[in-house]
Design a protein around this ligand. Structure first.
Ligand code: TYM
Length: 343
């Protein structure tokens, strides 16, 4: 059975971009057709300036939203990354396979590094090595597929490179994974600046639809979306990025296609109205279920406890194999000293 791994990092409230680009696919497709693991990758949230209490709150909220979006713990494994030591254990070994140059070429690193410097903050070393930890997340589970939005594709490519390099040098250990992305809305753009991604870590709210926004707030944000100077509704990502973004969001929410939706809308106003209502309808069950789950925190905790146990058992053998393959001496266990001496 195909193994799938993906994750979301708790650096801000989850957005419509996270949902349409990744989470919806996990809940509607991946968990049914594969052996899937989905993680709140909290170690990744420590790579930029953060407030510990807020990170804990966001981790709990992200886990609750994963379940609210439809992930069913009977079908897939839902867990928090830091509850499973194997991620950090494998990350170090992969750092011994990756190069400094590879890390510095990562687009997200370059963007975030520039942002941190502009704010007068030091750049954490973990921001540079972040993609290696992400590779460890994926490779520890032998994932075949990694369903992500467009912005994560480069990191999955790097993961492939590291897996191939490790296997060539130290013997076959890792499955070489591939990224999968949704057909539309793999890159939802900021409604106020349609040339940049709708990202949860940004400070500005008006261009970002959060999964827990009230319907009125969603309506206001979509109705105020920046469009382009023309009047005709056409799907042209380069020339009309604002309108194209709305068309993609509407297409994703209604299982339609952006070109045909452009043809049936006569004005930007009607496109915005339909998009707002479609987004509200898509988010409604997520918000409702989130409210129910918040009333039962014990359930969420139990899911995460059980998920971490399952994840640990899956990751351990692969990480142990990687430790042996790269030349680390196996620890001597009381039960089998002679066996270890022979290895
Ligand atoms: P993160 O937390 O930024 O985003 C989680 C998922 O949502 C997708 N996404 C988007 N898709 C479309 N449009 C957008 N505007 C948008 N914003 C976010 C992301 O592509 C992602 O799929 N490094 C990862 C987390 C991670 C991970 C992993 C993912 C850590 N380890 C291992 C997969 C496998 C990240 O920062 O995602």
């Amino acid at each position: 059975m195909t193994r799938v791994f993906s994750g979301v990092k708790p650096t801000g409230h989850l957005t419509l971009g996270n949902y349409l680009g990744a989470m919806r696919q996990w809940a509607e497709v991946d968990q049914y057709r594969s052996d899937a693991l989905f993680s709140v990758v909290d170690l990744h949230a420590l790579t930029v300036d953060h407030d510990p209490a807020r990170t804990r709150r966001l981790s709990r909220q992200a886990a609750t939203l994963l379940l609210a979006s439809g992930l069913d713990p009977r079908l897939c494994t839902v867990f928090v990354q830091s509850h499973v030591d194997e991620h950090a254990r494998l990350s170090y070994v992969l750092e011994c396979v990756a190069t400094d140059g590879e890390m510095r070429r990562m687009i997200q690193y370059r963007e975030k590094e520039a942002r941190e410097r502009a704010r007068g903050r030091g750049v954490r070393l973990s921001l540079l090595t972040y993609p290696v930890l992400m590779a460890a997340d994926i490779l520890a589970y032998g994932a075949d597929e990694v369903p992500v939005g467009d912005d994560q594709k480069q990191h999955v490519e790097l993961t492939r490179d590291l897996a191939v390099r490790f296997n060539q040098r130290y013997g076959h250990t890792f499955v070489v994974p591939r990224a999968t992305a949704p057909k539309v809305a793999a890159r939802v753009m900021n409604l106020q600046d349609p040339t940049s991604k709708m990202g949860k870590s940004e400070d500005s709210g008006p261009g970002i639809v959060y999964l827990l926004d009230e319907p009125d707030v969603v309506r206001r944000k979509v109705m105020r979306a920046v469009t382009d100077s023309g009047h005709e509704v056409v799907y042209d990502r380069e020339g009309r990025p604002g309108v194209a973004n709305l068309l993609e969001i509407l297409a994703a929410c209604t299982d339609g296609n952006p070109e045909s939706l452009a043809a049936v809308h006569q004005s930007y106003g009607s496109l915005k109205k339909d998009t707002a209502e479609a987004v509200i309808e898509v988010l409604r069950p997520v918000r409702d279920r989130h409210r129910e789950l918040c009333a039962d925190p014990g359930y969420v905790e139990e899911v995460l406890r059980h998920g971490a146990e399952k994840a640990r058992a899956m990751a351990r053998p692969t990480v142990d194999t990687a430790y042996r393959a790269i030349g680390l001496l196996p620890p001597v266990t009381e039960a089998e000293p002679a066996l270890n001496a022979a290895r």
